[in-house]
Design a protein around this ligand. Structure first.
Ligand code: BES
Ligand code: ZN
Ligand code: ZN
Length: 489
């Protein structure tokens, strides 16, 4: 996508987009061309436009000096204009451009929007996403947006930076969404590991990819149990980024669940649930996406990314409810439910993560259906053993509209995960329905030990049917912007 910043309208084709604040209706900004100001004034006089939030009027311009068609879009009051509003405005504009099927768009940005130009442009770009890489027909004739002209009163370096950042983020988010949306017969553990390798090589990161043989030798009993019926190898990817001035500064360890398909195992998932489970590697894909960004954004931290990869299937060799397995940590786990597989692969990955002497551990996973009941698709669940870490993530979420909300971790939750016959169990069958997100995290905490840790449960936010204005259906890359902001602050 080409994006240019101009002081006047250059393009004669495509769309001209004009966002209008309520406060500006009486005195329209001088960056709006006379003809456009006249048009808006006429609409206002005839009570056809009030600049209410998301209000849209579109009309052909029929003027040689302008693009073919204009979209006048209301932004409401500038007092309410914030990060979310800017992303949503961008999303609404982006969606309009996509449905109008235009190659070019010229967007006038009034000065009130300039500080949030990143969010605006990011929203526009994110809405151009389409998961069509497996379509062989109809793609050639498709018209999609190729060029955006941004028109402002004053050009500045900051504005150029914000726009570049929007392009960087949207292209990584598109990449993450493609990984998550792709089916399991394409994105399996080998494919995922190869992608991780590409990201590492491109950025000059150290990378270790443990395969079945390595994991067997190291006794990753929990990850291997989950993967037993898969025809693909279990793997664990570890990527290392050294961004801190002091190479020995303790790293932040990010661990993302990489279940390439979750059938539930013998605790088989029913129809309407099982079909979505190729997306159960969303946490892992998000961690990989973050590594795609760390170098580009010049983040000044040491970061380790760990992605355990497995596939939870059924067959004669699959693990069973009632099995007892020995995890990489040495702790024995009674399997009370084969569908609680995410916590098992994360447990071994956490034990591995401890070797890096982390400043903090953050796990991110589509871990529980329970978090969906609690928080829906607006907030990811934040659960951990450090209030300060949780608050920092919450803050980063607010600053990016990639929200998280704290859920409790009580001694009772931990106790419920005690097993009578092993050190711990992976599901408390008696009251499994209640506080499942907290209990899933309580299981993880046993492996985290005393390290500072927060878990992000993205089961409700990672892929959605009812997208927000700057989201497309399916994968969202939930957690990516929150974590990048956290690492930057
Ligand atoms: N991958 C699922 C959680 C999930 C559900 C993610 C819906 C996205 C959408 C996870 O492995 C799972 O099945 N969790 C169980 C745990 C339970 C058996 C303790 C759940 O939440 O039902
Ligand atoms: Zn499961
Ligand atoms: Zn799962």
């Amino acid at each position: 996508m080409k994006i240019k910043i101009n002081k006047k309208i250059e393009s004669r084709i495509g769309l001209l987009i004009v966002p209008v604040f309520k406060e500006n209706l009486n005195k329209l900004p001088s960056s709006y061309p006379k003809a456009i100001s006249n048009l808006i004034q006429k609409l206002v006089k005839n009570k056809e436009f009030k600049a209410k939030n998301s209000e849209m009027v579109s009309t052909y311009l029929d003027d040689k000096n302008f693009p073919e068609k204009a979209l006048i879009i209301g932004v409401g009051s500038n007092k309410r204009f914030n990060i979310r509003a800017a992303k949503e405005l961008g999303g609404n504009i982006g969606k309009y451009i996509k449905t109008a099927k235009k190659k070019e768009a010229t967007v006038i940005i009034p000065k009130e929007i300039l500080p949030l130009a990143f969010e605006l442009v990011e929203g526009m770009l994110l809405m151009q996403y389409e998961f069509n890489k497996f379509k062989t027909k109809g793609k050639k004739d498709k018209i999609s947006l190729e060029k955006i002209d941004i028109v402002v009163e004053e050009e500045s370096k900051e504005l150029a930076k914000r726009i570049e950042r929007a392009q960087i983020f949207s292209s990584t988010i598109d990449y993450v969404k493609d990984l998550i949306n792709s089916p399991s017969n394409i994105v399996d553990s080998e494919y995922f590991a190869a992608e991780a390798n590409k990201v590492a090589k491109k950025n000059n990161y150290k990378i270790v990819i443990l395969n079945n043989k390595d994991l067997t030798k190291l006794k990753w009993g929990a990850l291997l149990a989950v993967n037993r019926e898969s025809h693909k190898e279990a793997k664990c990817v570890a990527i290392q980024y050294e961004g801190a001035a002091n190479k020995r500064e303790k790293p932040i360890v990010l661990i993302g669940k990489g279940i390439t398909f979750d059938s539930g195992g013998y605790n088989l998932k029913p129809s309407n649930y099982i079909e979505e489970m190729h997306q159960d590697m969303a946490g892992g894909a998000t961690v990989l996406g973050i590594f795609d960004l760390l170098r580009k954004l010049n983040i000044k931290k040491n970061v380790i990314g760990i992605i355990p990869l497995a596939e939870n299937l059924i067959g004669a060799n699959a693990y069973r409810p009632s099995d007892i397995i020995t995890s990489f940590s040495g702790l024995t786990i009674e399997i009370t439910n084969t569908d609680a597989e995410g916590r098992l692969i994360l447990a071994d990955a956490i034990t591995y993560g401890l070797k890096f002497d982390p400043e903090a551990i953050i796990t991110i996973a589509t871990l529980t259906g329970s978090v969906i009941s609690a928080l829906g698709d607006r907030y990811a669940g934040l659960i951990g053993n450090s209030v300060s870490l949780r608050k920092s993530l919450e803050k980063a979420g607010k600053e990016t509209d990639d929200l998280g909300w704290g859920l409790p971790l009580h001694r009772d939750h931990k106790k419920k995960m005690d097993s009578k016959i092993a050190d711990v169990r992976n599901c408390d069958n008696e009251t499994a329905k209640y506080a499942g997100a907290s209990k899933g995290a309580a299981f993880l905490e046993r492996f985290v030990k005393k390290n500072k840790w927060c878990h992000i449960d993205i089961a409700g936010t990672a892929f959605i049917d009812d997208p927000k204005p700057y989201q497309t259906k399916g994968a969202t890359a939930s957690g990516l912007e929150m974590l990048v902001k956290f690492l930057e602050s």
